[in-house]
Design a protein around this ligand. Structure first.
Ligand code: 4AD
Ligand code: MG
Length: 432
């Protein structure tokens, strides 16, 4: 066979002899012709095999070709308006690498069946498109922070305590003792900023979420940042800039994938340019009351339906700040002038995707944090190393975490977060 091209390279060439290899995506055969749609990591292309033009052996092989069989072929590529991708290959030579067994995934399989067969379903055009966009998003996060001089800092995944609430903590047997899986890198990032100034990471995060929503995974990736001297007003602006940068990178690199996913590109272009509002929790309650006749008792955390209404009102991502201190993690500091609310924020994405990130300034008041931990039933002694950070040159610092899959799901317009990660883990699923 000649030098192999990818499907995309072959279409770019557009004419003449080409050699291709990949998998049978679709096949349709008659007495005289076989139409094989070949798939590789760059796309699909229709290949026509004509009984009278190929030898006996090739035609016998062609008749046995099944979905996902792996093949190499050589032929002539031509533009053809009728072909699904606009090009067609007329095959001269065919070499079968493996005749696939009957592929279990056929049309109209249930989402559960597709999840059971995720190791095969990741070949689907949909999941391939999502995984490519996910890769762009991860790359964009690294680029965004590195260009700003942030240092990539990697946290431990085994951690000795909770950080975001004991009820979602995964316990792990650790020789004769026990430890926990990371709920956030934050405490380690807070140690790191005293050495490195400003840091970021993208790392696996674990939460024993008992909820079966379309927005929760038990294993997900969080992209976090932490920096000294920054205040709430600074990090909310960085957060907005980061999201816009991510969207721009996807628009630049993934036109094809957005088309496959039938995503509204105009809307993404709008998100990439628009101004994102910042509203305080109190104003959000007022808005819910005035516009949606929804009365939330002060002090309650906002629920998905309420967050959805807030983003509907603005039509772009919204930063909500100053949530009630009592409902927040122990490390979020009360607002000095109004201690009932904390110096923290969430960013809510529109179209029902709601919370995609959360962050705050970090309390430097050890007495306050100890009290909050005790109120939660935690033993503050286990956090002594964290309090050391407040004893040796304590400075103001802040940070936030972006839920990578939440952003992927939103940008791709997915119905469920499970399709935003290659092998999802939820309360009810831990394999394949
Ligand atoms: O709001 P969270 O809990 O914030 C923190 O963990 C902070 N320590 C971050 C920081 O300040 N460095 O989580 C951050 C984000 C959420 O906004 C959400 O997007 C995502 O992580 N997230 C989840 N994504 C998928 N499945 C889950 N179970 C998630 N839990 C949180
Ligand atoms: Mg949160």
């Amino acid at each position: 066979m000649a030098k192999f091209l990818t499907v995309k390279e072959a279409m770019d060439k557009g004419r003449g002899k080409v050699a291709l290899r990949g998998w049978v995506w679709r096949e349709r055969k008659s007495n005289a012709y076989a139409f094989i749609v070949l798939r590789d990591h760059t796309g699909v292309i229709q290949c026509v095999i004509e009984k009278d033009k190929v030898g006996k052996k090739v035609w016998e092989d062609t008749e046995k070709l099944s979905i996902e069989s792996s093949i190499e072929l050589e032929g002539t590529i031509k533009e053809d308006k009728r072909a699904p991708a606009g090009y067609e290959v007329h095959v001269d030579k065919l070499n079968v690498i493996q005749f696939a067994e009957r592929f279990p995934i056929v049309k109209d399989k249930s989402p559960e069946f597709l999840l059971d067969n995720r190791h095969l379903w990741i070949r689907s055009r949909k999941i391939v498109a999502v995984m490519k966009i996910r890769s762009t998003i991860l790359g964009a996060i690294h680029k965004f922070f590195r260009d700003k001089g942030y240092i990539e800092f990697t946290p431990p995944i085994f951690q000795p305590t909770q950080s975001e609430g004991g009820s979602t903590l995964f316990e792990v047997k650790y020789f004769k003792e026990k430890t926990y899986l990371s709920q956030t890198w934050q405490f380690y990032a807070e140690a790191a900023v005293y050495a490195l100034g400003k840091v970021y990471d993208v790392s696996p995060t674990f939460r024993a979420e008992k909820s079966k929503t379309s927005r929760h995974l038990t294993e997900f990736w969080m992209a976090e940042m932490e920096a000294v001297w920054l205040k709430l007003e600074d990090i909310t602006e960085i957060a907005k800039e980061e999201i816009k940068f991510i969207i721009k990178e996807v628009l630049k690199n993934n036109k094809e994938e957005l088309k496959i996913l039938e995503r509204d590109v105009k809307l993404l272009e709008h998100y990439a340019k628009a101004k994102y509002p910042t509203v305080a929790y109190d104003d959000a309650l007022q808005l819910l009351k005035d516009k949606y006749k929804t009365k939330i008792p002060w002090g309650k955390d906002l629920r998905t339906i309420e967050e959805d209404k807030i983003t509907k009102h603005f039509g772009v991502p919204v930063v909500v700040t100053h949530y009630p201190t009592e409902a927040m993690a122990f490390y979020k500091p009360p607002e000095p002038d109004n201690p009932r609310v904390a110096r923290c924020f969430d960013m809510l994405a529109p179209e029902g995707y709601v919370e995609i990130m959360g962050g705050s300034e970090r309390s430097n008041d050890v007495k306050y944090m100890k009290k909050r931990l005790k109120d939660m039933g935690e033993d503050p002694k286990k956090y002594e190393w964290y309090f050391d950070l407040r004893r040796f040159g304590s400075v103001p610092h802040s940070g936030y975490g972006v839920g990578v899959e939440r952003v992927v799901a939103w940008i791709c317009g997915l119905d469920n977060i499970k399709d935003a990660i290659p092998f999802p883990r939820t309360m009810l699923r831990k394999s394949p």
